[in-house]
Each structure stands twice: as structure tokens, then as C-alpha cells.
Write a new protein. Sequence first.
Length: 80
Amino acid sequence: MPLNDRKIISIILEECDKVDARCAGYEAELQEVITEVIALERQHRVRAGSIQKKINDKFNATARFLAEHRRATAQEDIAQ
């Protein structure tokens, strides 16, 4: 986990300690929910990475199509 993420988590958990206990176990529940949200954000980062790869693959395929089309057009121009 990057240092920046650790700092953010520690700040959030410190702020949890400042929240009024609304019932028994509230602080633990709040910390658990925050931990789960952070885990979901991490999963989103992972998925976003795979999404980025898929996007890059699409752009690369389009670039190859364009390059092949230009090459074919150039060869036709030379043949004429």
C-alpha cells in the first residue's frame, strides 16, 4: 500500500476516534465500514487498470487499422 494511502487511512481512523459513540460498538462498526469502503476503492483501482488496458488495446487496434489503410492507399497511389 502506498505511503499516501496509509496516511489517509490513519487520518480517517483518527477522525473516527473523535466521533461521538452513538451506541455500544459504534466506533468499531464505523471503522469496519470505513475499512470496507477503502477496500472497495482499491478494487476499483484494480478494475480501472484493466479497463485502461482494454482501452489501450482498442486504440492500438485502431492505430493498426489506420496504418494498414494508409499503407494500402500509398501502394495504390504508387501503382497508378
